[in-house]
Design a protein around this ligand. Structure first.
Ligand code: ATP
Ligand code: MG
Length: 308
């Protein structure tokens, strides 16, 4: 895993993970265009041409909208992208990852939007590989987009962490809406003071989270979250695929999945097993995280000469 020569400038974390793991054949998505090594966008889901999207919000005003302020200091201390902060290597990395996912979700540049592409699952094989780190950073990066709003859903029901990382209080969430059809998940969405970013907590703890997710009602709950606002991108922070079963059920509900790979730690076998568990999703990308290797000797996210 440390012999990554010959060294060449990586185009993105997504691309580099695929190079290192050579998992194209295991991934459900088709090959990217062969003769285009440069743009990350060109490696987005190979779907047919479509017009670029600029969507208008049709959201009805919600007078009961929950609101909360994000603790920027907490984000800074944990090395997250800080809204309104300077451009950093990390923010540049996630900007590239974001572009590719948005292109698949919205279409454009010769690509058609993929079905349910606006629902993105962030997963990994094992605990502690950086799912929440990547989900939150991706959400923060996407929130800066003019034409999209982001809903970050904590779908790690057994071990939720999104709210605490943002420094937000919030107890009721997705599982409450899944378990009780009289609850509208939209009413539990918390709008943050970061423009374009809202969050949905995991909600009540139950030992039947997979069963609730697999129930027919869950499709209606997620459809409602999508239909509520056509500009909305939904990012699900998932539990580890090999340690908990909700991830594989969530994969059935999303159009895209990002498999976070802990550089030098995630084994080929674990990754293969995790990918097969996510087989309900046709578009899976690998995202290399926590790499210690880079051509410049810098760490994660420093490839573009910004920041540290
Ligand atoms: N690229 C990174 N740079 C710096 N810190 C990171 C990076 N990726 C993850 N971390 C840190 O590593 C720890 C584990 O990451 P995280 O909580 O995102 O993993 P996880 O896969 O969500 O874990 P779990 O399976 O327990 O939910 C956190 O403290 C996180 O801030
Ligand atoms: Mg997590």
């Amino acid at each position: 895993m440390n012999n990554h020569s010959p060294i060449k400038p990586p185009a993105s974390l997504l691309e580099r993970a695929s190079e290192i793991y050579d998992f194209r054949s295991a991934l459900r998505s088709p090959e990217p265009p062969a003769a285009d090594p440069v743009p990350v966008a060109a490696q987005a889901r190979p779907v047919a041409p479509a017009a670029p999207q600029v969507r208008e919000a049709v959201r009805a005003p919600n007078v009961h909208q929950l609101k909360a302020n994000v603790d920027r200091e907490r984000l800074r201390a944990a090395n997250y992208i800080v809204p309104e902060g300077p451009v950093t290597g990390l923010s540049e990395e996630f900007r590239i990852v974001k572009r590719q996912l948005l292109l698949a979700a919205r279409g454009g540049k010769g690509f058609e939007p993929i079905e349910n592409g606006e629902r993105i699952l962030i997963c990994s094989a094992n605990p502690n590989e950086g799912k929440t780190f990547c989900a939150l950073n991706l959400a923060l990066s996407m929130a800066t987009e003019k034409d999209n709003r982001v809903l970050l859903v904590d779908a790690d029901f057994a071990k939720p962490s999104i709210m605490s990382r943002l420094g937000i209080e919030g107890e009721r969430g997705l599982m409450d809406a899944l378990a009780d059809p009289t609850i509208d998940a939209e009413d539990l969405v918390i709008e943050t003071d970061i423009a374009g970013l809202s969050v949905l907590p995991a909600g009540r703890q139950t030992n039947q989270d997979t069963e609730y997710l697999a129930a027919a009602h869950s499709a209606a709950v997620l459809d409602r979250l999508t239909a509520h606002d056509p500009t909305r991108i939904i990012i699900f922070d998932s539990p580890p695929a090999l340690a908990a079963s909700p991830a594989s059920v969530l994969a059935l509900h999303v159009g895209q999945a990002v498999m976070v790979v802990h550089a030098d730690v995630t084994t080929d076998t674990a990754l293969r097993d995790a990918l097969s568990l996510l087989s309900g999703c046709d578009n899976i990308q690998l995202l290399l995280n926590k790499t210690k290797f880079s051509p410049t000797g810098r760490k994660f996210g420093s490839y573009y000469g910004y920041g540290a």
